[in-house]
Design a binder for this molecule. Structure first.
Ligand SMILES: C[S@@+](CC[C@H](N)C(=O)[O-])C[C@H]1O[C@@H](n2cnc3c(N)ncnc32)[C@H](O)[C@@H]1O
Length: 218
């Protein structure tokens, strides 16, 4: 067993995620890659390997099943997903590893972070992963799902990325405690259609997904 493999496999069981050995290996390689790059570039403030596993990897893995359910309900067997302000690729790289049928683009304003995503796509052999160095406000390519984690208020997240949302698309915002104030502050052009509580294995903290879509104000 590789370091942290046992904890990772335990977390996958709790999350009821059935990944093959190649995908488990890619997740562990991804942790190693972050640790290596973080020695030179400040990709993430979390440096302790055990904390990396729970706070970053398992936290991101907790969205995989809700995302699968959403895409199934939307009747999408393939999809384009944009991860906004993805930093070291959380949750975008994790989604690309777990769901090869989803084309994942990770956008960040910081060049070294976009370069890291490109390197991760090569090193982890993920043809469905793309790194984009840009401000999200400049993107217009339509995405079926636009997600973010630790990025901005729901208001700014939806406003800044609305030009990149496909017709019928949805926003997936990963949040800690139920963000009642942020939901109240949403623009009239966006609405919440579901708030989903998440249980992250090994993490005793509030986590939820806020699902949103454009509101037909006509
Ligand atoms: C706190 S980090 C979160 C990184 C990652 N999602 C995570 O959960 O660890 C927020 C990221 O958003 C990026 N960012 C800020 N404004 C942005 C914008 N307008 N468009 C794209 N990325 C942006 C920053 O460079 C930073 O990497």
């Amino acid at each position: 067993m590789r370091p942290r493999e046992q904890e990772l496999r335990g977390g996958l069981t709790v999350l009821q995620l059935d990944l093959d050995d190649v995908q488990v290996g890619q997740l562990l390689d991804y942790l190693d890659l972050i640790a290596k790059w973080t020695q030179v570039y400040n990709l993430t403030s979390v440096r302790d390997p055990a904390e990396m596993l729970t706070h970053h990897l398992l936290d991101s893995l907790a969205v995989i099943e809700p995302l699968r359910r959403h895409l199934a309900q939307a009747g999408l067997s393939q999809a384009n997903l944009l991860d906004v302000g993805s930093g070291a690729g959380l949750p975008g790289v994790v989604i690309a590893i777990c769901r090869p049928e989803i084309a994942v683009s990770c956008v960040d304003t910081v060049a070294k972070k976009a370069a890291f995503i490109k390197q991760a796509a090569l090193s982890l052999k993920l043809p469905n992963l793309t790194g984009i160095h840009a401000r999200v406000e400049t993107l217009t390519q339509p995405f079926d799902v636009i997600c973010s984690r630790a990025f901005a208020s729901l208001h700014d997240f939806t406003q800044w990325s609305v030009s990149a949302l496909a017709p019928g698309g949805a926003w997936l915002a990963m949040k800690g405690k139920h963000p009642a104030n942020e939901i109240t502050a949403l623009p009239v052009s966006a609405e919440v259609f579901h708030v989903e509580q998440l249980q992250v294995p090994g993490l005793d903290a509030d986590r939820c997904i806020v699902w949103m879509r454009p509101k037909n104000t006509g």
